[in-house]
Design a protein around this ligand. Structure first.
Ligand SMILES: [Zn+2]
Length: 385
């Protein structure tokens, strides 16, 4: 028997009630673990992988066989912002006019709940079609380090396909390729002196300006065009330096954001940036250093991969409207999981709509319920051939 709709809503509501704003994912893991515990006699395997105290990734593996399908969702949500701007309590699921409101309703506790419910239905019906692994992650919104940890520890090895239930514009878009991200921070160190005696100081801003002007044409050389994702982009987004108008500045910082494409592995971009910094440091008095925070590789993908084709077919059978395979400009856990051993397609589709990260975030209740059917049927057919 399949889980009734009230119970499905209860699971989603419980997940939303857990405040896992870039932290406290262990409570989400506790709850998910409690849902699968009763099935341990069916060979369900539960692994908790702690990232930090109070922050647990969770891996639930059901079924058996050589071929393994991955399901994935993140346990964290972004901040609710100013709660008084919400029409209802962001951590209390509230249904109105066919929509369920709450932080994470779209991104992505609805997707996570739907994957969990799909797996429980398979267990209840003794109809698990093959080995299915649910990867629940911490910290997706702040650097995908949960997915990085699970990948490093081998949990993504041997996957034959991976479905990530990130919001897919109400199940109308399948993301199969995405841009990568490189955030760089360059610090220039100089020497303070009175501005009337500049010869006694070293101007950190002057040196950083050299970097800033040279990095632009350097990044523009990465000019290949990906047919889906377009070009690599580069924006210098933060520039700070100096402290006083009559002092030679001793320190200056620039931050930049690069969105990469699969044609350029991140290492190629790192090499170019590192070389520019090293070359500038050859000049007398220059002291520049560069570091990177949470870089993500671009996710290559093939819209004709069997998994994508299968999802399009199943989508046709369950939903009325069409589905579109798309490229995404932002990174997700997929950028980490793709480093798992083996060659597998990654597809991102979930019931969440485009209200993610916003006030009054919501999910269409009907789309949420249908997404459960969608994931179940995709899994069944995935193992059929
Ligand atoms: Zn998300």
């Amino acid at each position: 028997m399949n889980m009734d709709k009230d119970k499905q809503i209860a699971i989603l509501s419980k997940l939303i009630s857990i405040k896992s704003v870039n932290d406290n994912e262990a409570e989400v893991a506790d709850y998910i673990e409690s849902l699968f515990k009763p099935y341990e006699d069916q060979g369900v395997q539960i692994d908790r992988v702690q990232y930090a105290p109070g922050r647990d990734n969770l891996v639930v593996t059901i079924g058996s066989g050589d071929k393994m399908l991955g399901f994935s969702g993140h346990e964290d949500v972004v901040s609710e912002g100013d709660a008084s701007q919400w029409s209802s309590d962001p951590f209390k699921a509230t249904i109105k006019d066919g929509k369920l409101y709450g932080r994470g309703a779209a991104d992505m506790k609805s997707g996570l709940a739907a994957l969990i419910i799909a797996m429980i239905d398979m267990l209840d019906n003794h109809n698990v079609p093959g080995k299915i692994r649910l990867l629940c992650t911490v910290g997706e919104e702040t650097g995908e380090y949960g997915a990085a940890q699970l990948t490093k520890e081998g949990y993504a090895d041997g996957l034959a396909g991976l479905i990530i239930a990130e919001p897919g514009n109400s199940m109308t878009e399948i993301g199969y390729t995405s841009k990568g991200v490189i955030d760089y921070i360059v610090t220039s160190i100089g020497k303070q002196a009175h501005s009337s005696q500049p010869q006694n100081g070293i101007n950190a801003i002057d040196h950083l300006v050299d970097f800033a002007t040279q990095v632009k044409p350097l990044m523009a050389k990465f000019d290949k065009v990906n047919p889906i994702l377009g070009k690599l982009t580069h924006v210098q987004s933060v520039f700070q330096g100096g402290s006083q108008i009559n002092s030679v500045p001793a320190k200056a910082i620039i931050k930049g954001n690069i969105r990469t494409i699969p044609e350029y592995p991140n290492q190629v971009v790192f090499d170019a940036l590192n070389k520019l910094v090293a070359d500038l440091n050859q000049k007398p008095g220059y002291d520049l250093s560069i570091r990177y925070s949470f870089p993500e590789e671009a996710m290559p993908g093939d819209k004709d991969a069997p998994l994508i084709k299968l999802m399009e077919k199943v989508h046709d059978e369950i939903f009325d409207g069409p589905v579109k395979a798309i490229g995404q400009s932002g990174a997700s856990d997929g950028s980490e999981f793709l480093h798992g051993k083996g060659d597998f397609a990654i597809a991102e589709i979930g019931p969440g709509n485009n209200t993610q990260h916003q006030t009054d975030e919501n999910v269409e209740v009907d789309v949420f319920h249908k997404s459960v059917e969608f994931y179940k049927q995709v899994a069944q057919e995935f193992f059929a051939d």
